[in-house]
Design a protein around this ligand. Structure first.
Ligand code: FAD
Length: 576
C-alpha cells in the first residue's frame, strides 16, 4: 500500500480551541518552525469548541478570585482533580481570556460599566461565566480561525489521524492519517505532536458532541500504551433536547445558563421535583441533576417522549428570548417554545473528564507527544464545571504551543518511524475492505443502547458486566462486517466503521474503570456503592493497554494545594 510521506516540525491533531491556540502560540514562540494543523473536518467548522453555548469560566470581577474558582473546581470534581492542573487551569484562564479579547479579537458581553459580564452557572459560588450571548463558541472559534488563516500555518483539512506511530527508539515519530477526500494514506513525520482531538462521549444513546468526534485520540493513545486517567468519568448534561426518536437534534444540549437563570424542571405530573433530591434545586451540579432526572425516568414520571420538562416562561418570555436567543431559536426550529412553553429534556452524554495522563506542561509519558483539551485528563476530576471546558482547551492548548518549540530546540530532529508498526496500522485501517458488507448502523445503535442502559448515569456491577459482554459482542460483529462501497475516496461508511471501532475500544475502558471504582463520586454513580468513600484517601483510576489487555490500577490523589476539609478562601477561614 502506498503511503505518502510528509514532514513538519509540529503536527497538531485537531482544530478546536486546544489545537488552534497551540498553533498560534507555537508560531509566536518560533515563527521559523513549520506548523501543521490536521483535522477530521474543516478548520473552524468541526469539533465542539464551535458548539460552546454557555461560556468561559474565569475569575475577573470583584468578589471573585482564582482561589474561589479553584475551590469550586476541586469541590465540583469531588476532590479527585489533579490539583496542579486545576490550579494552572484557573490561574491561566485570566490571561487567556484577556488574550482572546485583546489579541485574538473576540468580543464578549459586558456590564454597563464595561467590565465583562459573568453569567450564573450551576455548581459555582460566583457568576463568572464570560460569554457572547449563548453562542460563545462561534465567537471564539471564528476569531481563532481567522488568526490561523492569517499566518503561514499549514492545514490538512479532512485528514483523519488513525495511529500514533512510534520511532524505533520508542519516542514518537509521527502520525498515520487518511486523507478523507482521496482515501489515500499519509504518514506525517513531526518533531513534536499535539493530541487535541477533543474526546467526546458519542457512544451513548443521547449525546451532545459533534459528529466528527469518536474518541479517536484516546483510542490511539491507548494502543500506543499511554496511561489514561479517570475513564469512568463521563459527564451527562441534564438538559439534552428531547425532540423525538427520528431526529439528530435529540440529545443536543440546552445550556446550563437556563437553570442558572432560574429555569424549573418539572416531571410528567408537572411536579417541580428537584427539591426532592437536592436543596440547591435546579442549580445543583450536573451530576446531581442528571441523576434526579434519570430517577424520575426510571419511576416513569415522564413526559410523552420519556424525559422531563424545562420551563422558563415564569422569567418572562421576552426576557428569556433576549437572554437565550440561540436556545430559543434552536427549540423553535424543532417546534418547541422555550421562552413561554414547556420543552422536553433528557440527560445527555456531554463531556469526557477522562483522558491521557499529562503534566502541567501538556507533556505525556511518550517523548515527543503532548496532549491538550478534552483528550487530556486530571483537571476536572469527577465532574467538569460548566464553563471550565473551553477554558481548559484554550489554557492548555496555549501552554502546549509555548512548550513544543522549546522541546524541539532541546531535542532537534525527526525520528524515523517503526515501519513494522506503520505497516500494521495501515492494514488495521483497511480491515473492513476484506470483509462482507453488513449493517453498521444496527451495530452503532446497539452500542448506543448498551452504553446508555448498562454503563450510563447509574451503574452497578451486574449492569457493567452486561455492558462489557455487549461491547465485546458488538466489536466482534464489527470486525466481521465490511463495506458495500469498496472505493476509498470520500467513503464515509469506511469512516463510520473506523469511528465505531474507536468507540468500542474506549467504551470498554470506560466500563472497566467504572467496575474498578467501588464508590460514587461526581459523574460516576454506582447504585451498589452509593457512598463517596473517604475523601482523604481518594484515589483515581488509571487504565493502560498491556499485551492485548487493559490493566486497571488506582493511585492516590495528591492534595498539593488543599486537603479535604480545608479551603483556600480567606473569607471562609476568617469566619471560622
Ligand atoms: C453542545 C456543547 C456545548 C458546550 N458548551 C460549553 C460551554 O458553554 N462552556 C464550556 O466550557 N464548554 C462547553 N462545551 C465543552 C467544550 O466544547 C469542549 O470541552 C472543548 O471545546 C473541547 O475543545 P478541544 O479543542 O479539546 O476539542 P474540539 O473543539 O472538539 O476539537 C476537536 C478537533 O479534533 C478533530 N478530530 C477528532 N478526531 C480526529 C482525528 N481522528 N484526526 C484528526 N482530527 C480529529 C475534530 O475534527 C476537531 O477539529 C460544550 C460542548 C458541547 C458539545
Amino acid at each position: 500500500m502506498n503511503v505518502e510521506r510528509l514532514k513538519t516540525d509540529i503536527l497538531i491533531l485537531g482544530s478546536g480551541g486546544a489545537g488552534l491556540f497551540a498553533a498560534l502560540h507555537a508560531h509566536k514562540a518560533n515563527p521559523d518552525l513549520d506548523i501543521t494543523v490536521a483535522s477530521k473536518g474543516l478548520l473552524g467548522k468541526c469539533g465542539c469548541t464551535r458548539m460552546v453555548q454557555g461560556g468561559y469560566n474565569v475569575a475577573l470581577n470583584p468578589g471573585d478570585s482564582i482561589e474561589r474558582h479553584f475551590m469550586d473546581t476541586i469541590e465540583g470534581g469531588k476532590w479527585l482533580p489533579h490539583q496542579e492542573l486545576a490550579w494552572t487551569l484557573v490561574s491561566t484562564a485570566v490571561e487567556r481570556v484577556r488574550e482572546l479579547e485583546n489579541e485574538i479579537g473576540c468580543f464578549f458581553d459586558r456590564n454597563p460599566d464595561g467590565t465583562l459580564h459573568g453569567k450564573a452557572f450551576a455548581g459555582q459560588t460566583f457568576d463568572r461565566t464570560v460569554h457572547k450571548g449563548d453562542l460563545t463558541g462561534i465567537e471564539i472559534i471564528n476569531r481563532l480561525m481567522e488568526q490561523v488563516w492569517a499566518r503561514p500555518i499549514r492545514r490538512l483539512e479532512e485528514h483523519r489521524a488513525v495511529a500514533l506511530i512510534p520511532a524505533t527508539d520508542g519516542a514518537l515519530s509521527g502520525v498515520l492519517m487518511i486523507d478523507v477526500r482521496s482515501g489515500e494514506f499519509r504518514f506525517v513525520a513531526a518533531q513534536a505532536v499535539l493530541l487535541a482531538t477533543g474526546g467526546g462521549p458519542t457512544m451513548y444513546r443521547y449525546h451532545t458532541p459533534s459528529g466528527d468526534k469518536s474518541m479517536d485520540g484516546l483510542a490511539m493513545a491507548l494502543r500506543l500504551g499511554l496511561p489514561l486517567r479517570d475513564m469512568e468519568m463521563v459527564q451527562f448534561h441534564p438538559t439534552g433536547l428531547l425532540a423525538g426518536p427520528d431526529t439528530r437534534m435529540t440529545g443536543t444540549v440546552l445550556e446550563e445558563g437556563l437553570r442558572g437563570a432560574g429555569g424549573h424542571l418539572l416531571n410528567g405530573a408537572m411536579h417541580r421535583f428537584m427539591g426532592d433530591y437536592d436543596p440547591k434545586l435546579e442549580r445543583a451540579t450536573r451530576d446531581v441533576v442528571s441523576r434526579a432526572i434519570y430517577a424520575e425516568m426510571r419511576a416513569e414520571r415522564t413526559t410523552p417522549n420519556g424525559g422531563v420538562y424545562i420551563k422558563m416562561g415564569h422569567l418572562g418570555p421576552a426576557n428569556v428570548a433576549k437572554q437565550f436567543k440561540g436556545m430559543v431559536d434552536r427549540c423553535r426550529d424543532c417546534g418547541f417554545d422555550l421562552a413561554g412553553g414547556l420543552v422536553e429534556v433528557v440527560p445527555t452524554a456531554h463531556y469526557f473528564m477522562g483522558g491521557v495522563v499529562c503534566g502541567v506542561d501538556a507533556s505525556t509519558e511518550r517523548f515527543g507527544l503532548f496532549v491538550a483539551g478534552e483528550d487530556a485528563s486530571g483537571m476536572h476530576g469527577a465532574n467538569r464545571l460548566g464553563g471550565n471546558g473551553v477554558a481548559n482547551s484554550t489554557v492548555f492548548g496555549g501552554i502546549a504551543g509555548d512548550v513544543m518549540p522549546s522541546f524541539i530546540a532541546k531535542n532537534p530532529g525527526h525520528r524515523p518511524p517503526d515501519t513494522a508498526v506503520l505497516d500494521a496500522e495501515v492494514e488495521r485501517a483497511l480491515h473492513p475492505f476484506s470483509r462482507k458488507p453488513g449493517d453498521l448502523n444496527r451495530l452503532r445503535e446497539k452500542l448506543l443502547d448498551t452504553m446508555w442502559d448498562e454503563v450510563g448515569v447509574v451503574r452497578d456491577r451486574a449492569s457493567i458486566a452486561r455492558g462489557l459482554a455487549g461491547i465485546d459482542a458488538i466489536e466482534a460483529e464489527l470486525l466481521a462486517t465490511g463495506l458495500a462501497d469498496t472505493g476509498r475516496r470520500f467513503n464515509l461508511t469506511w469512516h463510520d466503521w473506523l469511528n465505531l471501532r474507536s468507540l468500542c475500544e474506549v467504551s470498554r475502558v470506560i466500563a472497566l474503570a467504572a467496575l474498578r471504582r467501588e464508590n460514587s463520586r461526581g459523574a460516576h454513580y454506582r447504585s451498589d456503592f452509593p457512598e463517596p468513600g473517604e475523601l482523604a484517601t481518594s484515589t483515581f483510576t488509571v487504565a493502560r493497554h498491556i499485551s492485548g489487555r487493559i490493566e486497571m490500577t488506582e493511585r492516590p490523589v495528591v492534595f498539593s494545594h488543599v486537603k479535604p476539609g480545608q479551603t483556600l478562601l480567606r473569607d471562609a477561614i476568617a469566619a471560622e
